[in-house]
Design a protein around this ligand. Structure first.
Ligand SMILES: NC(=O)c1ccc[n+]([C@@H]2O[C@H](COP(=O)([O-])OP(=O)(O)OC[C@H]3O[C@@H](n4cnc5c(N)ncnc54)[C@H](O)[C@@H]3O)[C@@H](O)[C@H]2O)c1
Length: 283
């Protein structure tokens, strides 16, 4: 197994910065293409490295790892000779298609192109590429450095060699894979959203309060986090977007409950806004 020498990440937000951090810590030179604020993207990597250093998780000085990370303004500024590019822009199909087409035009024909999408069909996104056989889903979890899972999503066109490369890289990152065939929501988002939506409906119907619903799953079923707390961490807006996509592809059972829509409209987005199904300002 060989460590990738050069990796590109498009979108330096919460997920992209985490993905850049773990590949840089592995020894790769990482280029982040970030359209809005390159300094903020680099700052997120720096903060993540400082946190990992405090926890004794790095083998190297954080400054030396950070020195391997550079930023550019957009996908067309990426170096051509990358081994892997991971797309991590927001979960908007048209935006991802546009960004993937630009990545495809910029990088060399041998570069593996991956998307960190949580729910959008890899086959559908792969249609934006001249050669969809080099395209795959690499679904990292939040926070990327601490999370041990990567869901690898294989579309019908994805080549076996690309699947093997990605499996090796996931293993080198010290993470564990699940390999799934392309379908809406894959395995993780489909099940996670399904449980979250039912918990929201139960809250709507007055079955129990949020704390009780979460505690029921945490203590009764040994889930590390209840479905409403988990929705708060992911972001209610993110969950709503995924639920809408799954409702349009898998049917009514994923139709978002009114309470979820109302909370998003009020700006109650979960931990990031201070309030969701739980109050995060008190914690
Ligand atoms: N947040 C999570 O818990 C989570 C978990 C797993 C997967 N994901 C997926 O990861 C992806 C990114 O999510 P996130 O939470 O990091 O979002 P985010 O909003 O934090 O980051 C997205 C970044 O992309 C940048 N961007 C937008 N358009 C761009 C363009 N054209 N070129 C370059 N950069 C551009 C934005 O400025 C922003 O910094 C989504 O597909 C999401 O579904 C998110």
């Amino acid at each position: 197994m060989t460590v990738p020498v050069s990796v590109g990440v498009v979108g330096g937000g919460r997920m992209g910065a985490g993905i850049a951090q773990v590949f840089a810590a592995l020894g790769a030179a990482v280029t982040i293409a970030e359209a809005a604020d390159q300094a903020a993207a680099l700052g997120r990597v720096e903060t993540g490295l400082a946190r990992a250093h405090e926890r004794g998780k790095l083998d190297e000085d954080p400054a030396a790892i950070l020195a391997r990370v550079t930023t550019v303004a957009g996908p067309t500024d990426l170096p051509a000779d990358l081994e892997l590019v991971v797309e991590a822009v927001p979960e908007i199909p048209s935006l991802k298609v546009e960004v993937l087409a630009l990545i495809d035009k910029t990088v060399s024909a041998s570069t593996v192109i991956a998307s960190n999408t949580s729910s959008i069909s890899i086959a559908e996104l792969g249609a934006a590429l001249s050669d969809p056989s080099r395209f795959i889903g690499m679904h990292f979890f939040n926070p990327v450095p601490a999370s041990t899972l990567v869901e690898i999503v294989r579309a019908p066109a994805t080549s076996a060699a690309v699947v093997e490369h990605v499996r090796e890289w996931v293993s080198l990152l010290g993470k564990t894979e699940v390999l799934v065939n392309d379908s809406p929501g894959f395995a993780t988002s489909r099940l996670g959203v399904c449980l979250g939506l039912e918990a929201i409906r139960m809250l709507e119907e007055g079955v129990a309060d949020a704390e009780s619903i979460d505690r029921a799953m945490e203590l009764g079923y040994k889930h590390p986090m209840g479905p409403l707390r988990s929705t708060d961490l992911v972001g209610l807006d993110v969950r709503l977007a995924i639920a809408e996509h799954l409702a349009s592809t898998l049917g009514d059972r994923f139709t978002p409950p009114r309470l979820l829509r109302d909370k998003v409209a009020r700006g109650e987005l979960g931990r990031k806004s201070g309030k969701g199904f739980h109050d995060w300002e008190k914690k």
